[in-house]
Design a binder for this molecule. Sequence first.
Ligand SMILES: NC(=O)c1ccc[n+]([C@@H]2O[C@H](COP(=O)([O-])OP(=O)(O)OC[C@H]3O[C@@H](n4cnc5c(N)ncnc54)[C@H](O)[C@@H]3O)[C@@H](O)[C@H]2O)c1
Ligand SMILES: [Zn+2]
Length: 392
Amino acid sequence: MVIKQKFSIDFQYDVIFTRDLFSPDNDTLIKILTKDENGGPARVVFVLDAGLTQAMSGLISTIGAYLSNHDDIQLLAPPLVVTGGEETKNSTREFIRTLELIDTAKVDRHAYVVAIGGGAVLDMVGFAAAVAHRGIRHIRIPSTTLSQNDSGVGVKNGINYFGKKNFLGTFVPPYAVINDLNLLQTLDIRDWRSGVAEAVKVALIKDKNFFQWIEQHTGKLNERDTDSMEELIIRCAELHASHIRGSDDPFEMGSSRPLDFGHWAAHKLEQLAGFELRHGEAVAIGIALDICYAVEAGYLDDLEADRIVGVLRQLGFDLVHPALFGQDGKEINPALIKGLEEFREHLGGHLTIPMISEIGSKFDVHEMNHLLIEAAARTLLQKQELYAHSPS
Ligand SMILES: NC(=O)c1ccc[n+]([C@@H]2O[C@H](COP(=O)([O-])OP(=O)(O)OC[C@H]3O[C@@H](n4cnc5c(N)ncnc54)[C@H](O)[C@@H]3O)[C@@H](O)[C@H]2O)c1
Ligand SMILES: [Zn+2]
């Protein structure tokens, strides 16, 4: 006897772009929170990134003032401020604190957890919201370029465990995402630049015109021109969102991870560098390494590789890090090669690594030759020096 069971669930959520989300006349958040409440006020708690609240010291009181002007929202507890950056994902401390908030404030499946912060805090809070009561509503307000154009837009969350990136986590779409460009003003230059690496990544695998646009705007992006950054974020977020929407595999059941170009090395480098590298910085190195590999393997023209490395350098990225190499500083770090197997384990199934044959055109490979990776790292060293004097 077999009872055949099959159903599907439609997910939908908006990624909204605004400025000054908590100014008195901005009703973006109110509209989302009160959309489907029957009668009573929308019940809500906030979890905030400490890096953001330190940089923007008036934020908590601005949110308080905003909420006190709205009777249709009930704050269930004072905002919880959690450690920002990768540290928030590297232990269960902030994850447990977030669960405790959900418990003590009695946040149920019809109330909301609103997280404001970088990708790391959003990943951690998203995971807590996904597992508490088997899933409560989660609104993401990303406060870094990377989380606005990539991590905050998607359906994944998680924390690091056993020393491995995102070992614990789930695929759960947010209730809504609100990108407030003004939150980016207080970012330091490394975090401002970091998100641009993910834009280069998605342009390389999907959109040649977007790559050209980035190439033409490296100067403006370096000067922190907000209009250029806004355009980059919107185009990049749309490419990520449309990929998830349009693919047959939004929850990554198969082996392929097209959006993870350059990421097998990036994830391992982050760990090997003791999380001193930002995710986006590691992604820039991972992209450059895979680009050099593509040349070594005969997939990509060397001139095309030079163009990509040149753009990454003009954006100010360092494409070589000591963690790339072993103790002699020349041979590839054997621990990095282990990243390939860890990437496969994380995906399950066959090793599947995205590669490009030209800008905007991706294909998958299912093995990587260690000698060619080694050669790619050496080539990368040379190219980094070649572009050492590019304006940044
Ligand atoms: N879920 C996904 O699909 C996905 C995709 C890509 C990356 N990620 C994850 O995202 C994380 C990286 O996120 P990130 O690049 O946003 O960096 P981050 O979250 O590590 O934040 C970087 C630093 O900026 C601070 N900060 C945040 N907002 C600020 C602001 N407005 N002003 C000043 N400081 C601020 C933080 O406190 C932190 O110190 C990694 O853990 C990565 O694995 C997840
Ligand atoms: Zn990434």
